[in-house]
Design a protein around this ligand. Structure first.
Ligand SMILES: CC(C)(COP(=O)(O)OP(=O)(O)OC[C@H]1O[C@@H](n2cnc3c(N)ncnc32)[C@H](O)[C@@H]1OP(=O)(O)O)[C@@H](O)C(=O)NCCC(=O)NCCS
Length: 176
């Protein structure tokens, strides 16, 4: 079985990712989500995992770069979002591979101090097993209505040269 992983410009690859994202985050899935109305940032880069034996694009991970404010200091961070594996391709290690490629890409940027993602409780174990830690402080972000406390999902961090666990994070823009 061959697998191809591409890391592409986020806007240029959006059209290619959309059918997978629409299938994973279908209206049926979204109808039960309390965060369904949140406006999300667009990915700067996307990891696309193609598995030709599994019918093509099987997994997507979005990568974001942002200067945020952590405890009053500006910090450049990497973000991970939109982690999605086609339902018929799950539990084959695809998200683990794509996440790994995304974290490597973020770490290759020397300015980045840590990585951060947001997830629902049923995915905590998946990320904890892959080296992510809970940030238990307060997160704020922008929405069309203004600055809000972001509590829709829980923040998890991947340490690089900083290991934030508490305090205040202002995402200084839309969440991811
Ligand atoms: C969460 C999600 C991305 C995981 O994708 P995935 O491709 O199935 O992930 P992986 O296959 O890498 O790993 C999933 C599990 O399968 C296991 N696994 C990996 N390869 C396996 C294999 N060949 N055989 C059996 N199990 C396997 C992994 O160990 C992991 O188990 P763990 O959580 O107990 O550690 C996927 O379920 C999904 O798209 N969910 C809906 C969207 C979502 O919630 N996204 C997360 C947003 S934060």
């Amino acid at each position: 079985m061959s697998i191809e992983i591409d890391i592409l410009n986020g806007d240029a690859s959006r059209q290619r990712a959309e059918p997978l994202l629409r299938a994973v985050w279908s209206p049926d899935v979204m109808k039960d989500k309390s965060w369904g109305d949140i406006k999300w940032a667009h990915a700067d880069l996307r990891v696309l995992l193609d598995a030709p034996d599994d019918g093509g694009l099987a997994c997507h991970v979005g990568i974001y770069f942002r200067t945020i404010i952590w405890n009053g200091h500006k910090v450049h961070v990497g973000g991970i979002g939109g982690v999605s594996t086609r339902e018929d391709c799950r539990r084959r290690g695809y998200a683990s591979l794509a996440l790994d490629a995304a974290v490597h890409t973020i770490r290759a940027n020397d300015a980045v101090k840590f990585a951060i993602l947001f997830c629902e409780p049923h995915n905590f174990a998946f990320y904890e097993a892959r080296g992510w830690h809970h940030f238990t402080g307060e997160v704020t972000c922008e929405q069309p209505s203004g600055t809000i406390r972001f509590e829709a999902m829980a923040p998890l961090v991947n340490d690089i040269v900083r290991a934030p666990r508490q305090g205040k994070i202002d995402l200084c823009g839309l969440p991811w």
